[in-house]
Design a protein around this ligand. Sequence first.
Ligand SMILES: [Zn+2]
Length: 451
Amino acid sequence: MPNAPRHDFSGRLSELLARFNMKTKLKNIPGLPLPSPRWYPLLGAMAGFLFILLFIGGAGQNARARMSIPHDEWLNAELHPAVTTTRRIRRATLRNGDHAVAALQRLGFSINDAHRMITAANASYHLKNIRAGHIFKRIDTPEGTDFYYNIDADQLLHLHRNPDQNDWHANVDKLPVNVRQRIASGVISGSLFGSAERAGLDQRTTMNLVNIFAWDIDFARDIRSGDSFKVIYEERFDDAGRILGSTILAARFVNQGRTYQAVRYQLTDGRVDYFTPTGKSLRKAYLKAPVKFSRISSRFTLHRKHPILGYTRAHRGVDYAAPMGTPIHAIGDGHIIFKGWRGGYGRFILIRHTNRLHETAYGHMSRYARGIRRGQFVKQGQIIGYVGMSGLATGPHLHFEFRVRGRAVNPLTIKHPPARPIARAERDRFMQQTAPLLSQLKQPQTEIIWG
Ligand SMILES: [Zn+2]
């Protein structure tokens, strides 16, 4: 045995390890934070590496290592070297518009099974709420079938069924999560993303920052070098240091000399939202821009030379030059009253907003979002299509118009009232709870200009 080629030897070891995993894992002990099953391969590899270190020292140390393995296990492994674990893992990534039943069927569950699983899960989590991009995972072992769904960064829905049984048992596992508070600030030079990255912000937190101020700042077009930001946020990370997500607690953005501030607050009714330091909502009826992150190709003007037709033609909108396929968002709630080809505008969508006075128009699309049709109600921020160059366009861009009573107006100059502010009865509570964060936001920080 000590003379066996090393790769053979470690093969035996990992087999042994796999057998141990089978014996010790998968039983959920309440209160004991179990690692997510997607880390099992990593944990297995780490444990395997440790074992190899123990064994690699030579024959003398093998005996010592053997002693750490229960004798009957060791014997078993020696007697049945060909035993392989029967563990089958199947995954399905949830698609847009996916139904739980269909996704479960892709994992090989019958319709009856799928319904039993949904029913069993209901007390812990409604599987009807599954979201696109998330993963369903099925693991079959001699101990039964396990099904996992990552609800979010720190919760895992786990269903278990014993072999040859129909009953599913569900519970939501809390994944071990660490939290730290961080502050990042910077002055923008070049792109927002680059500057945020240099200030230590991960991309998701930068996107969250953009979404918080999306009703006030046109990030696609109005960001300038010299703009600045400061973000206080809570970062969640696992034991391996991997970032799972973040929550912005307070933020300040100075855009072309104007200061915008936001603070996170949980209302007495349980809702969580962002407000200005005086308790006004940051939400408004319309987003400032229908696309995120691009550079502007033309300003709103009534006299300009049309790039293709070659003559001056009123241009009653704003063009957002953006890469082909950039998502286009409805800037407000409303109904789609036109969807189709409209002359020079190419693939075109017109939305009549809920006050019935305002319409927004989106042109030159490469394609419409899936499921979008005339008459349909769309929500603010919903993706309705993708940037293209259909119709008369020299390059991929979105032609965007804001119309009041049918007349195009400059969307950049319209002021929209914000959503409901903090109720008077709740103001004191709001002020008290947000004061520490807001004073932290005010503290001067050494601002480094990145170049
Ligand atoms: Zn245009």
